[in-house]
Design a protein around this ligand. Structure first.
Ligand code: MN
Length: 395
């Protein structure tokens, strides 16, 4: 219950309370919390300067007991009418604010943890061979992305240039002709870890602050030519878009589900029977406003807790602001795939849109929007907002 009117289907009720960074004309970026159609100016409402720094990093670094205390306080102040008079002056219509990149991204790592996605790409690129590489069922495969080109939703997607190699011809430099999306879920580290220590799977919630949506824009032609043997590089690093609202991990407790059964059993540091972190998040991918796919995150083979345990098992330290993304989320169904290369099967089966046009890869002017929801308490929904971007012509 709340003194604040929140539409039942808002996705931004008191059970969610996602954090972001916003500004208004003439004011500095500061932390806000989305509730219904409004944003609560947290710096003004609490008087705590940690919320006036222009990023979530300093607050994320305080750790889970501080996160829980603020969350409890917000739920009380936004729920109990006794607080209305002191809280209401710090609410702004969300439509009137500009949302910024919510965190200073430290390191960015992207995984490859959907079996359906990995098998589809394996079948396309290595026909006649086993679809999964031999390590896939033993460890969450990942690559290091470029933290400095992670940008907030709405940032234009300038078609990248790079080297690609046409079949039976020499390599050329030019604009990508196979620009694609990857619909993903991102996890933000709040509390770091010292160099030389591993973060066990059970400590996931001690380190991870919250969850956002990610579009890992991908130039498939650049990627195909460059990726052997060290993995993706310029085919990915031109831009990675994230949603502006960071859903607290605590808001996703009702969405926790058992992940798919693993066969073969992973090594002990990746066994998650006591700490399953499958999450029942349903993504939606829209191309020029039209729903083209609904990827189910609950199908992911490796969970974010396993990814975190794996990426620190060698003693790599974590830093506040580290972002690690799930990898393309794809389910078993034809309209559950999280990339165009899967939806159009490498270009062989173009998508037909409602206006009669067809698509394989993105055209200049196309707008891609990824949104998501998860179950909350009492049949409510937890919304993630959206991550969107429009493709602009190459420079
Ligand atoms: Mn990716």
């Amino acid at each position: 219950m709340s003194w604040l009117p929140v539409a039942a289907d808002s996705g931004f009720g008191l059970d969610n309370l996602p954090y972001g960074v916003f500004s208004t004309p003439g004011t500095a970026p500061r932390t806000g919390v989305a509730v219904g159609d409004q944003v609560l100016d947290l710096a003004a409402a609490t008087g705590d300067d940690v919320h006036a720094t222009g990023s979530l990093n300093a607050f994320m670094a305080r750790g889970p007991s501080a996160w829980a205390a603020v969350r409890r306080q917000l739920q009380e102040r936004l729920g109990d009418p006794a607080h209305r008079a002191t809280v209401e002056p710090h609410l702004l219509p969300r439509a009137d604010v500009t949302l910024q990149l919510p965190v200073e991204v430290a390191d960015y790592v992207d995984f490859y943890s959907s079996r359906h996605h990995a098998e589809a790409l394996g079948r396309m690129f290595r026909p006649g061979s086993p679809p999964l590489p031999p390590n896939w069922e033993h460890l969450p495969i990942g690559y290091h992305g470029r933290a400095g080109t992670v940008a907030v939703s709405g940032t234009p997607v300038v078609r990248p240039c790079g080297q690609r190699k046409p079949a039976d011809a020499d390599p050329v430099l030019g604009a990508s002709q196979r620009l694609d999306i990857e619909a993903e879920v991102g996890f933000l580290v709040g509390v770091g870890s010292p160099l030389g220590t591993a973060v066990p799977l059970a400590d996931f919630a001690e380190h991870v602050f919250g969850v956002c949506l990610v579009n890992d824009w991908s130039a498939r032609d650049l990627q195909a030519w460059e990726y052997v043997p060290l993995g993706p590089f310029l085919g990915k690093s031109f831009l990675t878009s994230v949603s502006p609202w960071v859903v607290p991990l605590a808001a996703l407790e009702p969405a926790r589900v058992a992940p798919p059964a693993r066969d073969p059993q992973p090594l002990p540091y990746l066994r998650d029977d006591d700490h399953p972190w499958g999450l029942d998040i349903t993504l939606e991918v829209r191309l020029n406003g039209e729903l083209v796919s609904s990827p189910p995150f609950r199908e992911m083979y490796w969970t974010a807790a396993q990814q975190l345990a794996h990426l620190t098992v060698n003693g790599a330290s974590l830093r506040t602001g580290d972002l690690f993304a799930s990898g393309t989320v794809s389910g078993p169904g034809a309209r559950e795939r999280g990339s165009l290369i899967e939806l159009c099967w490498g270009g062989a089966e173009p998508l037909t849109l409602a206006d009669g046009s067809t698509r394989t890869f993105l055209e200049d002017g196309d707008v891609v929007t990824i949104s998501a929801t998860a179950p909350g308490p009492d049949d409510s929904r937890i919304g993630f907002g959206e991550v969107t971007g429009q493709v602009l012509p190459a420079r």
